[in-house]
Design a protein around this ligand. Structure first.
Ligand code: PLP
Length: 396
């Protein structure tokens, strides 16, 4: 049975380009970039070449790119650094949204325990927050605004440029978790008024365990991994050179193919959405237009997402009910709840996240399997029975 992998928001397959870019640093060029001999200098040159490539893709300067172990670490460093620097000026207020990734939300929770005041903006039912909401929430003691670029569950794209503008006018540092956006939709740190940005290689066909933090020149960045002087003293530890080279190659490739991929993916996306909306009492989550080309997130009334996923898996389809971090727990997704969906509806969610490796045949397989599985589950669902005989009211 051929596997249809449509969980690309959780992670992607490495591209051949990324693997080819990685292998020299696992074999021939194994020096430590901090060593002064020629082997070390060859590694150092490769490290700086990768930094340049990544900077170019974001319209940043190479010295504004700091390599990390991934998106989570970049988020942690950005938030903690901005919090510490705010604190120095007596600022203890942070603005974010209720539907951030847990790397942001859990860091904010810790900061709250440490004495910061956190405002989590409500998300509209379409999965988009506005610059006006941010503007209204900014106070004289606001140390940071952090709003994700594109949501990892419902794929909605936020008005980052406008939010950045509001923050810049108010003199408040602005961080964006752009892990789902970079390599998929155009991101320009200058035009988008971004002070700090997180990205992760494994979301754009690079390897796992490597990412980067963009930090605009002049914005202070504290270090949380103490040790050597790597990354201009902002992040100690011998660099993951193979991973970094592969990340740079993957990002370069993703950016070169961005518009072609977006066109292909949004056509597949629209076809799948149209097909799945034919299932009675189904609903698309998040704005239909302002979303990642790759993202489909649906709810089907009367069923549990877990059952849906397991049966789809048995048919060779790897999808998700939401973020990988909440999968496996029976709590409905915090993102869907933030969009205002009732618990019972949020439980029956399905996220299909495409990549350019998906085909028309994959779309056909999904459009055949999902309606079958939904019907099968509904037929044995007591909730569905109550909905059908009028004991319970339909919510969608
Ligand atoms: C995947 C993801 C992260 C975490 O990145 P890792 O490299 O896996 O640590 C953070 N934020 C968003 C929006 C993500 O999708």
């Amino acid at each position: 049975m051929k596997t249809v992998y449509v969980d690309n928001a959780a992670t992607t397959a490495m591209s051949d380009t990324a693997i080819a870019a990685m292998t020299p640093y696992l074999k021939e060029v194994y020096g430590n970039p901090s060593s002064l001999h020629s082997a070390g200098q060859a590694a150092k040159d490769a490290l700086e070449a990768a930094r340049e490539k990544i900077a170019k893709c974001l319209n940043a300067e190479p010295r504004e790119i700091y390599f990390t172990s991934g998106g989570s670490e970049a988020d942690n460093q950005a938030l903690r650094s901005a919090a510490l620097n705010g604190l120095r000026k007596g600022k203890k207020h942070i603005i974010s949204t209720a539907f951030e990734h847990h790397a942001v939300l859990h860091t904010l929770k810790k900061l709250e325990k440490e004495g910061f005041e956190i405002t989590l903006l409500d998300v509209h039912s379409n999965g988009i927050i506005t610059a006006e909401q941010v503007e209204k929430a900014i106070r004289p003691d606001t140390a940071l605004v952090t709003v994700m670029y594109a949501n990892n569950e419902v794929g909605t794209v936020q008005p980052v440029r406008e939010i950045g503008e509001v923050c810049r006018k108010a003199g408040v540092p602005f961080h964006t978790d752009a892990v789902q956006a970079v390599g998929h939709i155009p991101v320009d740190v200058k035009a988008d008024n971004i002070d700090m940005l997180s990205l992760s290689a494994h979301k754009f066909h690079g390897p796992k365990g490597v990412g980067a933090l963009y930090c605009k020149r002049g914005v202070p960045l504290n270090t949380f991994v103490e040790g050597g002087a790597q990354e201009r003293n902002r992040r100690a530890g011998t660099e993951n050179l193979g991973g970094i080279a592969a990340m740079a190659a993957a990002l370069e490739e993703a950016c070169a193919n961005m518009s072609a991929n977006a066109k292909k993916l949004s056509a597949l996306r629209e076809k799948i959405i149209d097909g799945l909306l034919k299932i009675p009492h189904s609903k698309l989550n998040g704005d239909r237009k302002t979303r990642l080309p790759s993202n489909i997130n649906m709810c089907f009334e009367g069923i549990e997402g877990e059952g849906l996923l397991l049966l789809l898996d048995a048919k060779g389809i790897c999808a998700s009910s939401g973020s990988a971090c909440t999968s496996g727990s029976l709590e409905p997704s915090h993102v869907l709840l933030a969009l205002g969906l009732p618990h019972e509806v949020a439980h029956g969610s399905l996220r299909i996240s495409l990549s350019e490796y998906n085909t028309e045949e994959d779309a056909e397989a999904i459009l055949k399997a999902v309606p079958e599985v939904v019907e099968y589950l509904r037929n044995m669902s007591p909730v569905w029975e109550e909905l059908c005989n009028g004991e319970r009211k339909h919510l969608i």
